[in-house]
Ligand binder design. Structure first.
Ligand SMILES: Cc1cc2nc3c(=O)[nH]c(=O)nc-3n(C[C@H](O)[C@H](O)[C@H](O)COP(=O)(O)OP(=O)(O)OC[C@H]3O[C@@H](n4cnc5c(N)ncnc54)[C@H](O)[C@@H]3O)c2cc1C
Length: 375
């Protein structure tokens, strides 16, 4: 069957759903893409900032990487500081290949670049359109949509992709389990715009025992601080006068994943299938990776292999983010003292920092076989 003849519904136009649509469209499919929201995420309320080398490799055939690199800035160093002492510094430029390990660009910008690329294939997200029910009772998955005018539409599709985030309606409707656990404490974040440019080249985690305050560059004059401490804002030493506090939020960290990413012709990708801590900046990147693999497998007629090919990558990333999160959130004085002794030694071992760097780059998951020379 020619690609365009398989009907595909993608639920959710976040970075995962948009990427799935783009990768399918450039291979000759005409997917339908619906989202319950009224448009892409607002630019100042972007959760994800870190775009890794794997994502840039995956988005190179569609040329979205070129556009991303025009807008993003490279994070050249990651530092871990404790009691005014630098425990460890990771040079993120020391990775082979065409890209640095990690770049910063707010998720809202990434989503808008994907929407522009998708418009070249005349695919537009249908905003304000939500999935209300999905059933596998007939040979093809049947979906009920609520449209912007309040009317209902029920239709069958050859393939349904649930890219509808952590609270996925598709996942719940089809009865995928989502086992895992949540950390007891909450995390807090605030973004500040300064009256002048700040150094955007490094990210830093200050360990304040117990707890941490992370400093992440968002733009040349915007920093994000993220912390385990509710009163963290009073502890920030700003690098320049604050012009504006742009956004603040708090969230709990869950580590959860589905046991299979497919049932019949319904597939899950991105946060709909796995959620974890933002440590390591992996969530959005992993969702983009899922989307690219699924689109490629569908185009090869091999989508049945999707879950078994992706689950090992999901487990690798969950393990890495859990390890980093435990390092940043230790509470007992004995463990924090031990950590402060061991971390500097570990980072001086080339094999350890190289492994960490491969993780930050996203190169610790299988490389895409459809892209020549990909790591
Ligand atoms: C503080 C923080 C910082 C982070 N930083 C990073 C980072 O630096 N790098 C990184 O890679 N990741 C990061 N992440 C994780 C990242 O934000 C998520 O993994 C990513 O947004 C997931 O994308 P997604 O498209 O799968 O889901 P989402 O972005 O949640 O998109 C899901 C879409 O589905 C739509 N939807 C929901 N229900 C329905 C329905 N019933 N019908 C139709 N549409 C529906 C929603 O409107 C939404 O647009 C961070 C997360 C947090 C909390």
């Amino acid at each position: 069957m020619a690609p365009g003849h398989r009907s595909i519904l993608i639920v959710g136009a976040g970075t995962t759903g948009l990427t799935a649509a783009l990768e399918l469209a450039r291979r000759g499919f005409r997917p339908r893409l619906v989202d319950s929201d009224v448009g892409p995420v607002p630019l100042v309320e972007s959760r994800a900032l870190g775009v890794n080398a794997r994502t840039l490799t995956l988005l190179s055939p569609s040329r979205v990487s070129d556009a991303l690199l025009q807008e993003a800035h490279q994070l050249k160093q990651f530092r871990m500081v404790s009691k005014n002492r630098t425990l460890a510094a990771l040079d993120t430029t020391r990775i082979s290949g065409p890209y640095g390990a990690l770049y910063a660009l707010a998720q809202g910008h990434t989503e808008r670049l994907l929407i522009v690329a998708l418009s070249n294939y005349e695919v537009t997200p249908e905003w304000h359109t939500s999935v209300e029910a999905v059933s596998l009772d007939s040979p093809k998955p049947q979906v009920t949509l609520r449209k912007p005018d309040g009317s209902e539409e029920t239709a069958s599709f050859d393939i349904v992709i649930g890219a509808d985030g952590a609270h996925s309606a598709v996942r719940r409707a089809i009865g995928f389990g989502f086992p895992g656990d949540a950390l007891e404490s909450s995390f807090y974040l605030a973004d500040f715009r300064y009256t002048r440019d700040i150094d955007p080249n490094f990210a830093e985690v200050s360990l304040v025992d117990p707890g941490m305050i992370g400093r992440l560059p968002v733009e040349r004059d915007v920093l994000r601080y993220i912390s385990t401490l509710p009163d963290f804002e009073s502890r920030i030493v700003h690098p320049a006068p604050v012009a504006e506090r742009l956004w603040a939020s708090d969230f709990r960290i869950h580590f959860r994943h589905v046991e299979t990413m497919a049932k019949g012709s319904v597939f899950l990708a991105g946060d709909a299938a796995h959620i974890h801590s933002p440590a390591g900046a992996r969530g959005m990147n992993l969702g983009i990776e899922d989307a690219c693999w699924l689109a490629w497998l569908i185009s090869e007629g091999r989508e049945r292999e999707y879950s078994s090919l992706r689950m090992p990558a999901v487990m690798t990333v969950l393990k890495q983010t859990r390890m980093l999160t435990s390092l940043f959130t230790m509470k007992s004085p004995l463990s924090t003292a031990l950590r402060d002794l061991v971390v500097p030694v570990l980072f001086r071992i080339p094999a350890f920092s190289q492994k960490l760097l491969r993780g930050v780059s996203g190169y610790d998951t299988p490389s895409p076989p459809w892209i020549d020379g990909a790591q």
